[in-house]
Ligand binder design. Sequence first.
Ligand SMILES: [Zn+2]
Length: 73
Amino acid sequence: MIDERREINISKCPFCGGTQFAHGYQNGYAAITRAKSLFKTSSIEHIICLSCGSIVNSRVKKINPFRKNMQDF
Ligand SMILES: [Zn+2]
C-alpha cells in the first residue's frame, strides 16, 4: 500500500507572521502510537516557525498505520 500524504504548504506563521520554517522530528518513545495497536507507530513531523518558535503544524510521518482497519477506531 502506498503511504501517501497530501502535501501541505505553509507560507506564513499564524502566530507571528513569520515566513521561515524548519522541520523537526520526534522519534523513539515520543513517537505516536495508534490507540488500539501498540505496534503501529509513526514518527511525528513538526513544522517550526524560526521567528517565534511555535509549532505551526504537527503530523505523522507514516499515515498508513492509522488508515488500516478504520473500524478499529
Ligand atoms: Zn511564528
